[in-house]
Structures are given as C-alpha cells and as structure tokens.
Design a binder for this molecule. Structure first.
Ligand SMILES: Cc1cc2nc3c(=O)[nH]c(=O)nc-3n(C[C@H](O)[C@H](O)[C@H](O)COP(=O)(O)OP(=O)(O)OC[C@H]3O[C@@H](n4cnc5c(N)ncnc54)[C@H](O)[C@@H]3O)c2cc1C
Length: 371
C-alpha cells in the first residue's frame, strides 16, 4: 500500500490548480491520478479558451477576475512568456431586459468595462453590420488563453515541489480505512491517504458515489465547438463576441473563427461524439445573430461536456458526510478562467479554512433533505 497526504482524482483544471496551490502551501506528498494518458484530455483541453469575466453571478465573476489576473501576471512570469491574448470581449444584447441585466453587471466587472451602443460596436467591429442589437458590454480585460500552457504550468508548479502525477490510472474504488484515512484503489496500486479530492469533471458524481457521498448528482451537458472560415476577412485582433439573446459566440482562430451554438444537452458521463444537428443549430443562430457569418464553411467540429450542480454554483469544499473527501467540481462553463481562484479555494478548504466565500460553494447545500 502506498501512502499520500492527498490524492487528487483528475488532471484537468480543477485537479491541476488544486495540486498547484496545495504544493505552494507546503503540502508535500500529493498524488494526482488521471485515467487518460495526457492531462486535459476532456473539457480542460478542448474548451473555447475564452478568458471571460462578464458573468452574472457576482461570486463566480469575482473568481474569474482573480483567475484572469493570475493568467496575465503570475502565469506569464512562470511560463516566461505571455499565455494570454488581450483582445477584450463584447457581450451583446438585442432585447431591452437583457440590456438591463448586462448593464447591471458592470459594477462587478473590472474598471474599463463599459456599455457600448450599437453604433459604437459597429464602429469597432464593422462585420457586425446587419446584426440587430441594442448594445453590448465591452470588457477590455478579457482575452484568449493558451489553455495547454496554463494546465502544464499548474502541473509543473506542483511536480517541481514534489507532487506526482500518474496517467492511465483510473480510480476504481474509494473506501474508508483505519484511523480516519481513505484508501484509493487503481489497477496500478492503492494509496492510503488523509484526503481525497474529487476533481473528476463530468465523472465527479461517479467518483462521489464510489466514496459513498450523499450529494445530488451533477449534470454533464454536451456543447459543440466549430472552426470555420467565413467569406469575409478575419482580423486576428477582433475581440470575442457573445450574443446573449441568441446565445452563440465566435472568436478569431488562425485565419478563421472558432464558434459555438451554445448547445447544452444533458449527456451521460461518457466522451461525447458530434451531432450533425448542432451544425444546423449553429447556422440558424448565426443567421439571426451575425448575418455576415451565416455562409461560414465549417472545417472542424468537436463536442465536450460542461458539468453543473443543480443550482449551477461551483462545488468546492468538504463532503458533508465522508470525512477527508473534498469536491472541486461543477465548474460549468467557467472552469478554465476561474481555475487559479478555484485551486486556491480548494487548497484552503483542504487545509481546514472556513470563509464566507467557501460557504457559498459548499457541497453541503447539495444534500437532499427528506420532505
Ligand atoms: C465546449 C466547451 C467550451 C468551454 N469554454 C470555456 C471557456 O471558453 N472558458 C472557460 O473558462 N471555461 C470553458 N469551458 C469550461 C471548462 O473547460 C471546464 O469548466 C473545465 O475544463 C473543467 O475542468 P475539470 O478539471 O473540472 O474537468 P475535466 O477537464 O473534465 O477533468 C476531469 C478529469 O478527471 C479525469 N477522471 C474522470 N474519472 C476518473 C477516474 N475514475 N480516475 C482518474 N481520473 C478520472 C478525466 O479523465 C479528466 O481528465 C468550456 C467547456 C466546454 C465543454
């Protein structure tokens, strides 16, 4: 039997950022177990890479601001280069009530964010001519992240301080052992440890069940991304643009665009395949939101899972019933941007800290109460 202080299940952003912060806090014997042969094989390596802070929930927006600060400054220093393209973002509203909601977010966003009228948006981004909208939140602090560099940086930061990462190592069982320890079993051996971190993304419910957790299930939802070439010239410096009413977005990717129809189809926790209908959905949404992009030629498509708690809040902290078992899951569509802050919070929870911030994300809220 191997021993560890902490075993982390999953080497996506949740697990890697938690290992990074724990190692920084001086925790030595950290083991990260990843079922796949590389880190970030699922959502963490296949997302849209939008460093996005215009989030309606103030608690998540605060984490996104902290995450973006880390990416712009510390991550750049650790990587020895910028891993961020500061292009800004436009979050568009075409309906009065959406415009009101978006303007209400401004006090929570970084200074420099502003409401732009449709004319101001057209002047900045003429390809939006022909689109029907009232205005947009301009967030100059947002940008596109080198997600593979960010993930590698977390893992390197942890392993350089003694953490070990094992790939092709699926966790098969988690059981309570003697002396308040947990035992984690894999085909490559077992670990006895004081704490297990459930950072298994779409598989977090499965890992929770292995440990005997009573939490309500988290829901994986499939989303498609496409890369395509429109007939108009793409400027790589364009901001990324999200139409809040139609719910679709695009950003420059090479000499083309990366786009999503923002589908959110509940899906079992298995690697999703692409669905042809999502291409039709994208075409229909582009026609409504960004008519100049409607004739786009699709070159590439993939699908991946975002995972949500029933109330769509992140799930960070100790399980209410299983001693030593912690959750860092349900990061939905913001797990990359917020990763540095999520890892900090998870490490704090593991080291026994309590705070109002941790209370908001506490897994205890997800225990089903008898009626
Ligand atoms: C299409 C799409 C676009 C997105 N765009 C953005 C964006 O632009 N900006 C943003 O901030 N966020 C975005 N997100 C969200 C972000 O990608 C996720 O919130 C984040 O990657 C979740 O990280 P995670 O570590 O929780 O999950 P994952 O990346 O899924 O990692 C979980 C890991 O656990 C491993 N695992 C599972 N079961 C086991 C087991 N039994 N044993 C060992 N290992 C196991 C898995 O193999 C996996 O590697 C997007 C997501 C999707 C799907």
């Amino acid at each position: 039997m191997n021993t560890a202080d902490v075993v982390i299940v999953g080497a996506g952003f949740a697990g890697a950022a938690t290992a990074f912060h724990l190692a920084r806090q001086g925790v030595k014997n950290i083991i990260v177990l990843e079922r796949e042969r590389i880190p970030g094989y699922h959502a963490s390596g296949r997302n849209a890479a939008l460093g996005f802070s215009s989030i309606a929930a103030p608690e998540a927006a605060t984490l996104a601001r902290e995450g973006l600060d880390f990416i712009r400054t510390e991550a750049a220093a650790l990587a020895g280069r910028s891993i961020f393209r500061p292009c800004g973002s436009l979050l568009i509203a075409s309906q009065e009530n959406t415009g009101r909601d978006l303007r209400a977010m401004l006090p929570h966003l970084d200074g420099g964010s502003a409401w732009w009228s449709a004319d101001e948006v057209f002047r900045a981004l003429p390809i939006l001519q022909g689109a029907n909208f009232l205005g947009a939140v301009w967030a100059p602090q947002d940008g596109v992240v080198d997600i593979h560099a960010l993930l590698e940086l977390y893992l390197k930061g942890a392993t350089s301080r003694g953490a070990q990462v094992f790939y092709c190592t699926p966790v098969l069982a988690i059981t309570a052992a003697q002396g308040q320890t947990l035992e984690v079993r894999t085909p490559a051996g077992s670990w006895s440890c004081a704490a297990v971190v459930n950072a298994a993304g779409a598989w977090a419910t499965e890992i929770g069940r292995l440990a005997g957790s009573p939490l309500l299930p988290l829901e994986p939802r499939r989303r498609h991304l496409f890369v395509g070439k429109p007939h108009i010239q793409v400027d790589p410096h364009w901001p990324f643009v999200w139409h809040a009413d139609v719910d679709t977005y695009f950003r420059p990717e090479g000499d083309g665009l990366l786009l999503s129809p923002c589908d959110a189809t509940p899906h079992p926790a298995v690697e999703p395949t692409t669905d042809e209908n999502s291409k039709l959905l994208l075409a229909e949404k582009l026609e409504r939101a960004f008519p100049q992009l409607a004739d786009l030629a699709i070159a590439q498509a993939w699908a991946c899972l975002r995972t949500f708690a029933p109330d769509e809040r992140f799930v960070i902290g100790p399980d209410p019933e299983i001693q030593g078992f912690l959750w860092v899951a349900g990061l939905g569509g913001h797990g990359m941007t917020t990763s540095a802050a999520v890892g900090r919070l998870a490490a704090a929870a593991l080291l026994g800290e309590k705070s109002e911030e941790l209370g908001w994300f506490s897994p205890a809220r997800l225990v089903q109460r008898g009626s």
